[in-house]
Write a protein of this length. Structure first.
Length: 205
């Protein structure tokens, strides 16, 4: 058998390396959309609710609205998902006006797929998965955190921690990373837009 020429072998190896690096970049993008290096290493309230080993997913966005306005819109997650409504809200549009009473938070309340375990007004809401969804999603915990960036601006960060020790759990975790990226990105951008519109109305009054 004729040996493969050296340059052909090198090209093949180089191609495999590029594919591997590309896959890593895509995976990292799915795990950490728009998050800063500081946010990727920070501690969040949901850290306390998932045992190791776990995978962390981060999504973040800048918001041109005061922290308290952004937090009030986070409370709306008790009402609707604010993502792709045709997928996760049976086609009903998530409300674009604030629902009276949604800001009254108590541990044990449900939002999205989670029940509220702790919160700090104008700063964060944190939840763990509802038992009825564990079979599909495992046992993740989530924190939505509002970080002030001055009196009129803030940063909205969502962190999702997902435990997985079995082979099935690790595979599910990978699928969740890509699915959550699509849905959570849309959700954060929608909440951002709602908060900014509310802030604009307050400023014009």
């Amino acid at each position: 058998m004729t040996p493969e020429p050296q340059h052909a072998t090198e090209r093949c190896a180089s191609s495999r390396v590029r594919r591997a690096l590309g896959a890593v970049r895509v995976r990292d993008f799915a795990k950490s959309w728009n998050a800063t290096a500081e946010e990727r290493t920070a501690s969040y309230p949901c850290n306390c609710y998932v045992a190791a080993p776990c995978e962390t997913f981060l999504r973040a966005v800048d918001v041109e609205a005061p922290p308290e306005v952004m937090f009030r819109w986070l409370c709306q997650l008790k009402v609707a998902p604010y993502s792709y409504d045709w997928i996760d809200n049976r086609g009903r549009r998530s409300p674009r006006s604030l629902t009276p009473g949604a800001e009254n938070l108590e541990p044990g309340q449900e939002f999205l797929l989670f029940w509220l375990v702790e919160f700090e007004p104008n700063h964060h809401i944190t939840g763990v998965i509802l038992p009825r969804f564990e079979r599909v999603f495992g046992r993740p915990a989530v924190s939505y955190v509002v970080e002030p960036r001055g009196p009129e601006r803030c940063r909205l960060v969502m962190r999702l921690d997902v435990a997985a020790s079995s082979g099935f759990g690790r595979a599910r975790r990978i699928l969740l990373a890509y699915g959550d990226l699509i849905m959570a990105r849309k959700q954060l951008l929608t909440l951002k837009r709602c908060a900014e519109q509310t802030a604009e109305r307050h400023a014009s009054n």
